[in-house]
Design a protein around this ligand. Structure first.
Ligand SMILES: Nc1ncnc2c1ncn2[C@@H]1O[C@H](COP(=O)(O)OP(=O)(O)OP(=O)(O)O)[C@@H](O)[C@H]1O
Ligand SMILES: [Mg+2]
Length: 440
């Protein structure tokens, strides 16, 4: 995707914030360009990590969420505040790299399955047919064999159509014991545990057979087919490679691990520990994972934070320097709020319409009523805390509360929200600061 295409895609869902969109789009494109260079030069080019700064509810996490959906690259979003310093109980920061690798692996798996769909389907169909219509030991005549072949073709058609979905077949369940997928576990220990579980599953060799309806057996057989037909070692290698070259980690709530210089000493020292642990990972180091070790040099980090109580300069200097690209997200004004209500695909208003449509009532909004809701949201943001677009949720919820509660009374009819209705509901709330604080 070109930078412009990425921006266009984000534009469908996120209003404004064009600076942030551009920076991210460009960073992604730069990595793509890098991959086309000769290896010696590739190693020289470090990704420029991004720090997004903007107050709460202006779309930081939303941008990450949308990117994640769109990307064909391994992408994870993690909260910086969830990690603890090495040596303390909790998740250490290296586990985010392991999570990224596992995400990459499931992506690659899905791609392999998709590319080998026909072979897998063929395997499933074949196995099921053999189970549902066992081949006789030998045929007494050619005629009988021909009959069997026809019956087989018919059976396949039936299975494909789903006519056999309810019939019961007996299949062997995959043995191999329990999967350990806790990425927080150091890989050495995870491997030991895995070999133990393999050992036990070999010792307890009796096949676990189970009777299942065909519909469920299809899924298990598809898994079995993928295990048998596809090259899992190659998948693992590709997964590592892709995470290494294309991985993106979105570090949300980075401000929560900054230590404010104003409140000296009273802070949790482990926050700084987490920052220090982050340094080598962001700068580039080697982390061992279940699939092998991975170099983190070229993983792109996008950090985001509101920085209400702290400033970017409250991060330890070494970490600040590792996020050279800074983008600020603008606070949302009334016009932006109005657009957020109406413009994105599946905007808030569309969501309510769809929800109420399930009760067979049609909900519609006057143009002016939408304007009014944006205006009240803006005013509530000014009077109390500015919580950005999240204010819209409470505002719209309040306006629609009664109607939503009594939806069954409006069955088969259309309810139109007018400006007057919005005024009646919201004016008293917004005017009274105390009420606004509690209700909106
Ligand atoms: N610019 C925007 N365009 C469209 N929707 C937005 C925008 N900004 C915020 N929203 C909506 O507001 C909600 C909150 O936004 P988001 O989660 O991105 O906030 P944030 O910036 O991460 O805030 P915080 O610092 O509190 O985590 C989301 O549901 C999102 O749909
Ligand atoms: Mg957020």
């Amino acid at each position: 995707m070109t930078p412009q295409e990425i921006v266009d895609y984000l534009d469908q869902h996120i209003i404004g914030q064009s600076n942030a969109k551009k920076t991210i789009a460009l960073a992604l494109r730069t990595r793509y360009r890098r991959l086309k260079l000769e290896p010696a030069l590739q190693d020289e080019i470090m990704p420029k990590n991004i720090l997004m700064i903007g107050s709460t509810g202006v779309g930081k996490t939303e941008i990450a969420r949308r990117l994640a959906k769109m990307m064909q690259l391994p992408f994870i979003k993690v909260e910086a505040s969830k990690y603890t310093e090495v040596g303390f109980v909790g998740r250490d920061v290296e586990s985010m790299i392991r999570d990224l690798v596992m995400t990459s692996l499931s992506m690659i798996k899905a791609e392999y399955n998709e590319n080998n769909k026909e072979a897998i389907e063929h395997y499933v169909l074949d196995t099921l047919t053999r189970k549902l219509l066992p081949e006789p030991e030998h045929f007494s005549s050619d005629e009988e064999q021909a009959q069997y072949e026809t019956a087989k073709i018919e059976m396949k058609a039936k299975i494909l159509r789903g006519d056999m979905d309810a019939s019961i077949v007996e299949i062997e369940l995959p043995k191999g014991g329990i999967e350990f997928n806790d990425t927080n576990m150091p890989p050495e220990i995870a491997r030991v545990q895995e070999s133990f579980s393999k050992m036990f599953s070999v010792m307890g060799k009796e096949e676990t057979k189970k009777e299942l309806p065909v519909a469920e057996a299809k899924e298990i057989l598809a898994q079995e087919a993928s295990d048998k037909l596809l090259n899992h070692d190659q998948m693992k290698r590709e997964a590592l490679k892709r995470a290494e070259d294309g991985g993106i980690i979105f570090l949300d709530e980075i401000d929560k691990i900054a230590v404010s210089s104003r409140s000296d000493g009273r802070n949790d020292p482990s926050k700084e520990g987490v920052q220090r642990d982050l340094l080598p990972i962001v700068e580039g180091s080697i982390v061992s994972t279940k699939l092998g070790s991975i170099k983190t040099d070229h993983i792109l980090f996008i950090a985001a934070g509101a920085f209400h109580l702290t400033k970017p300069s409250d991060l330890i200097p070494e970490l600040q320097g590792r996020f050279p690209l800074r983008v600020e997200l603008e606070p949302l004004n009334e016009d932006a709020l109005y657009l957020i209500l109406t413009k994105p695909k599946n905007s808030l208003l569309e969501q309510y319409k769809a929800l109420l449509a399930t009760e067979e009532m049609t909900l519609s909004f006057d143009e002016t009523s939408v304007r009014a809701m944006a205006r009240y949201a803006q005013r509530a943001n000014q009077k109390t805390e500015d919580i950005g677009a999240r204010r819209l949720h409470t505002v719209v919820e309040k306006v629609l509360e009664e109607i939503s509660f009594n939806a069954h009374l409006h069955q088969g009819s259309t309810v139109t929200i007018t400006e007057a209705m919005v005024n009646t509901i919201l004016l008293p709330l917004v005017e009274d600061e105390d009420l606004a604080r509690y209700i909106l």
